[in-house]
Ligand binder design. Structure first.
Ligand SMILES: [Zn+2]
Length: 504
């Protein structure tokens, strides 16, 4: 870094040769982060915030986008796997190519760029590149045979901010890029990705729609448009985008399977009403006589996201779409969720009237809305933290849960904490899965009671910093398996002394 500063200060910008500019621009190469996530795969929920690595990351194999919400649908058993070696087109790759082109043009630019353009390029790798971006914007020669250097600079700086998790800066620069070049699909795609990371799926969808309309044969954009369309419950638009995508990438088996589910969703919700309140948009079967508690549903979603946002110390997720199906079987066929699932968050929240009619229905909604809020944290969040927090936010421990916790305490064995650290749990036996959920709840309640609610925010901060291991014992050194079992018994006793309705 000092070498860069020395070069910038010691030499006039004009004296910098091509090699100097190229060196300065190497860092902005975006990390292989927010690739267009695959549709409803078993291991990567659509809304999963992207993993990030430092912009200087080596050109190592591109990691799969890391999942965040353990509540993602498990995927359909009949889905075909991707063909060997298949690489799904991603918007991130489009941005990477733009950055590469900018770099390739530097030798020429270093020879004949105007002072503004030159200063802008040199300043692009500064900690605050915004002044440099203004210089690029003002440069009379920013357009190079149709290649807009200023827009390329904005995309470069925005993608770097996105990779660093600075969503605010990423949003500002990507928005500016769209203003500068409204017809540029790359600018719209990057802005849409940033908005999606911010939980503003509707705004993201509206930003990307013109890019898809203008370049329907660009598969990365078609796929992102399909994903966003599903996030906001625009099934017709999703089907159109999926078809456009599969025309270009027919070998994508996972998207082919997903297309069938989207068709089911479209049919099941064809006559649904739509209502929006406070950023919560609900699609529901208003003709169904049981579909009355929609106000309660919206308030519950809003309240749960608010409560979770307070714990996290962030703003409430600005937007969330909720799709209500008439019956449990419909919900399952539309999402491929396992049998025991009461609701699903996969970018949108899916629930059904059977569940809502259940005494515990709104607890389930709170649980999934918590996942929706948690999905905005930089992940991947360990299973125990994600599921423990979601259960904690459901409300007081029910009688049924108290029985389970008592059983956990008397069983005398616990799951090693490290086994619950992965973002997903693959457990065949539903009883074992139940224990994993129960223990996760106990771990989170332990953390909250012993260390205060702030410990949850601390844990999420450590996760965001890429340090998700051994969180419970690091934040609460007294926590070990045996102590935890004792605490499970204590929670069960307390819940029985002040019984609550509910059976789970
Ligand atoms: Zn969950």
């Amino acid at each position: 870094m000092s070498r860069l500063r020395g070069a910038a200060l010691g030499l006039s910008a004009l004296a910098l040769g091509a090699a100097g500019l190229a060196y300065l621009l190497r860092a902005p190469e975006p990390a292989p982060a927010p690739a267009g996530p695959p549709p409803a795969p078993p291991s990567a929920p659509p809304s999963a915030p992207s993993p990030v690595s430092s912009p200087e990351a080596s050109p190592a194999p591109r990691p799969e986008p890391a999942p965040v919400s353990a509540a993602a649908p498990a995927g359909c058993a009949e889905d075909e796997p991707d063909p060997p070696g298949f690489v799904r087109p991603s918007v991130w790759e489009l941005i990477r190519l733009r950055n590469a082109e900018l770099r390739d043009r530097l030798p020429q630019l270093s020879r004949d760029a105007s002072p503004d353009l030159r200063a802008g390029l040199v300043g692009l790798s500064a900690a605050d590149p915004d002044p440099a971006l203004e210089r690029l914007r003002a440069a009379p020669d920013r357009d190079r045979d149709g290649f807009d250097v200023a827009v390329a600079g904005l995309l470069n700086a925005a993608s770097r901010a996105l990779a660093d998790g600075d969503l605010e800066a990423a949003a500002r620069r990507a928005t500016r890029a769209v203003e500068e070049a409204p017809a540029d699909p790359g600018a719209r795609a990057l802005r849409a990705m940033v908005l999606r990371e911010q939980g503003r799926e509707r705004a993201a969808w509206e930003t990307l729609a013109p890019a898809f309309a203008g370049t329907p044969d660009e598969p990365a954009i078609a796929l992102l448009h399909a994903r966003l369309s599903e996030d906001v419950g625009e099934h017709a638009a999703a089907r159109e985008a999926i078809d456009a995508y599969l025309r270009e990438v027919p070998e994508d088996a996972r998207v082919t399977g997903w297309r069938a589910r989207v068709r089911v969703r479209a049919e099941l919700t064809e006559t649904h009403a739509r209502r929006s309140w406070n950023g919560v948009e609900v699609l529901w079967p208003d003709q169904d006589p049981r579909a009355t508690p929609i106000d309660a549903l919206m308030e519950t979603v809003d309240g749960a996201m608010r409560a979770m946002a307070r714990v996290m110390g962030v703003a409430r997720r600005p937007e969330l779409t909720v799709v209500v199906y008439r019956a449990r079987e419909e919900m399952r066929s539309a999402t491929c969720s396992p049998e025991w699932t009461g609701a699903v968050f996969d970018g949108a929240l899916h629930v059904d009237l059977d569940r809502l009619a259940d005494p515990d229905g709104l607890r389930t909604v709170r649980h999934e809305a918590t996942h929706a809020q948690l999905a905005l944290a930089r992940g991947p969040i360990p299973f125990w933290l994600n599921e423990g927090v979601a259960q904690w936010m459901e409300g007081p421990i029910t009688e049924g849960k108290a029985r389970r916790l008592a059983a956990l305490a008397s069983r005398g064995v616990w799951i090693p904490f490290a086994s619950l650290e992965g973002p997903f749990l693959v457990i065949d036996d539903p009883a074992d899965a139940g224990f994993a959920y129960d223990q996760s709840l106990v771990m989170v309640r332990w953390l909250v009671e012993r260390e205060g609610q702030r410990a949850i925010a601390d844990a999420l901060r450590l996760v965001a910093e890429g340090d998700p291991h051994d969180l419970l014992t690091r934040l609460s050194p007294d926590a070990d398996g045996r102590a935890l079992l004792g605490f499970a018994g204590e929670l069960a006793d307390r819940a029985r002394l002040s019984p609550r309705p509910g059976t789970r």
